[in-house]
Design a protein around this ligand. Structure first.
Ligand code: FES
Length: 75
């Protein structure tokens, strides 16, 4: 399983003490789908049924498509 995720951010997001929960931890999104990046917002639940060997593109609002081939523009 793998996924292509489009991000539009152009710079860093500062993290301060308010970003840490009562347990003293901050959970960083590893799936790439969070709307509250860099923090996990639970969106990773959408990837639970991804199949091995398939690449997915997530297009927002829960829409997901399988990618058959990635083509790169010529340089
Ligand atoms: S790990 Fe990405 S939303 Fe939780």
């Amino acid at each position: 399983m793998a996924r292509e995720v489009t991000h539009e951010a152009t710079g860093p997001k500062p993290i301060d003490e308010d970003d840490f929960g009562d347990d003293g931890k901050a959970y960083i999104c590893q799936c790439g789908l969070s709307d509250d990046r860099p923090f996990c917002d639970g969106s990773h639940r959408a990837v639970a049924d991804e199949e091995d060997g398939v690449v997915y593109k997530y297009e927002g609002e829960g829409r997901r498509r399988e990618i058959e081939e990635i083509r790169y523009a010529e340089e």
